[in-house]
Design a protein around this ligand. Sequence first.
Ligand code: 5AD
Ligand code: SF4
Length: 450
Amino acid sequence: MTTPRRRLHIQSWGCQMNVYDSHRMADLLRPLGYEPCETPAGADMVILNTCHIREKATEKLFSELGRLRALKAETPGMVLAVAGCVAQAEAAEVAARAPYVDMVFGPQSYHRLPEMVARLSRAAGRVIVTEFETDEKFDALNGASAPQGVTAFLTVQEGCDKFCAFCVVPYTRGAERSRPALHVLAEARRLAAQGAREVTLLGQNVNAWHGEGPDGRAWGLGRLLRALAEIPGLARLRYTTSHPRDMDADLIAAHRDVPQVMPFLHLPIQSGSDRVLLAMNRGHTADDFLRTVDALRAARPDIALSSDFIAGHPGEREADHAATLALIGRVGFAQAFSFKYSPRPGTPAAALTAHVPEAEKDRRLQEIQALLRAQQAAFNARMAGETVEVLFTGPGRHPGQLSGRTPWLQPVHCDGPPSLAGHVRPVRIVAGHPNSLSAHLVPEPEAAAA
Ligand code: 5AD
Ligand code: SF4
């Protein structure tokens, strides 16, 4: 019997891990005959893979569901599913407000998709699954996966036990769990065989990863990176997102010792004020962070840093905000993300009373962003005239152009033939723009001599 062909549309919101999860949902549904399609029109199944980290997530979901409801009415048999962190946090509300949704499942239960689909086809009604089953899920992820291309993502760790006062992640993604080293290594080998040249390890607290290595010893992320660096074909390794408290000496040393580990690190600090860091329950001071930055720079002098900042956390005063600006000035970031504090239901910070007025949060955010933008522009501008190695990922915006990334994650636009995709080549940077670099290929003989 042949499996009927069905069309699957997945919309992914939020972080890279959601993008990875969406790919894996497609992998799990492929044996049932589902092939990914670009638009929801005419799809047999639509999955909204949602994000709950900041404001308006729930409203965004319901407005999208309103649109899809009309489409579902015109499409007999269409299955509508809500997945991800909003599904985990608000399953009951989704079920009550959108009774036409067929499946609601959280990030730790999507490995049961084939079973959920079977349950749906056996009985009309709805399937809701929000248990935390990370270990079973990790096991289910060991099957075949569709190629991701030159740059690939690989989940090695999920969940978080840190309970920062503002954050929903410990509630939506559950407790911290690491994927076994052997499984990670096997998936990385598979990705390399499928053409990946760069692998980014993913985890909400990726540098808390730990496990038993194939040698029977306790491994941390630094050791795992050293093992991954031995896989032929993998030219570049990255990992995100890290917590300052888990930046141990061996991981810092891996930046010094392993050429495949790229000189770029996303290390969120959230605030430069010890008062606010304490209120946030971050478990470190601004000074601890600065010492880690110094150690990273001593290990790898060209390392570039990125971070996350929250403007207007409850209780944040003007002096705290000034401390954040001072810390940004002291470190110098190559890029960074900054957000206005947004109260998340059920988190301790949302229950605090000293909320910062909206206009004040706006102003502080703008000041933080202006400084970060200037630092990013200066970092890119400094590259002009330099020769750097670029991993070409595919065609660029214009004909005859290629896109790629520097070791410091800057997007590069460069003239060159499409056959260079998947290769690392030296380029000369012609100009550094606020968000990207333009470059020329270094001619072959010169490249060979370099
Ligand atoms: N409000 C604003 N920003 C938040 N983040 C997480 N929770 C909140 C919140 N409630 C930001 C943090 C985190 C990033 C992924 O999102 O900076 O590092
Ligand atoms: Fe959220 Fe803090 Fe955990 Fe990061 S470390 S996921 S900010 S609770």
